[in-house]
Design a protein around this ligand. Structure first.
Ligand SMILES: Nc1ncnc2c1ncn2[C@@H]1O[C@H](COP(=O)(O)OP(=O)(O)O)[C@@H](O)[C@H]1O
Ligand SMILES: [Mg+2]
Length: 221
């Protein structure tokens, strides 16, 4: 069982958006996924389960489909989880989370020029744990191409690992949240954005070694 944690100490940079898409992609590709919402606000749960999410008590698992279950866990990751292929954690903003989790990969969305300095701090906080850290540019074109290029250069100059395929600013991502679906099922979705988000999700599973079932050997556990 592998764990992907989506985190940044900054709010509003796309943690929930990325975490929810990782979970929906897992479901679509038939990887058994548990999405853990550690944010008290429960935005990821609300996105996927709508009103049902409101009754979810901390620690209770809601099975949405054979491939996607949800756990509201505002006080930290639950112990003794049933087995899943992958656990995706949508973290709250704040620094203490870095000490409480030890995922297989930290995914850190960054969304502005300011975020570069923040990203360097994040790196300093997390690096001692030895867990790999991957930065993902989100809303990449919101501040213009110059800003986007500046962010990418600053991240690369700091020897930070940056996902090469930036996620653009696109209203379909916000719309998807209000419809409770993934962007590829949202009205007015663009094929370009769908492809970028799908490749991002597949890339994360590949990084931590969670192959799609069709790729696994017959009889493998
Ligand atoms: N690439 C994007 N394009 C357009 N809107 C986005 C994008 N990423 C995030 N958003 C919007 O920005 C807001 C904050 O995103 P969210 O994922 O909730 O951030 P966080 O979990 O880090 O607080 C939401 O309204 C979301 O729909
Ligand atoms: Mg969030």
């Amino acid at each position: 069982m592998k764990t992907l944690s989506v985190w940044n100490n900054k709010g509003g940079c796309g943690k929930t958006t990325l975490a929810v898409h990782l979970a929906y992609w897992a479901e679509k590709t038939r990887r058994r996924c548990l999405l853990v919402d550690m944010d008290r606000q429960g935005n990821a749960l609300q996105w996927i389960a709508g009103d049902e999410a409101q009754d979810l008590r901390p620690g209770a698992v809601l099975e949405r489909s054979p491939y996607l279950s949800l756990l509201y866990s505002p006080d930290g990751p639950a112990l003794n989880l049933p087995p899943f292929d992958v656990v995706v954690v949508d973290c709250p903003p704040g620094l203490d989370v870095a000490d409480r989790l030890k995922p297989d990969l930290w995914i850190v969305p960054v969304d502005s020029a300011f975020a570069v300095r923040g990203a360097a701090n994040v790196h300093a906080d997390i690096a001692p744990s030895g867990v790999p850290l991957l930065f993902v540019l989100n809303r990449a074109d919101a501040g213009g191409l110059r800003v986007q290029k500046g962010i990418a250069e600053a991240l690369a100059a700091g020897c930070l690992d940056v996902w090469p395929d930036a996620i653009p600013e696109n209203a379909a991502l916000t719309r998807a949240a209000s419809y409770g679906v993934a962007v590829w099922d949202a009205p007015f979705a663009s094929k370009n954005v769908n492809g970028i988000v799908e490749r991002f999700a597949e890339g994360m599973f590949t990084r931590v070694g969670v192959p799609a079932p069709r790729a696994s050997k017959r009889g493998a556990a």
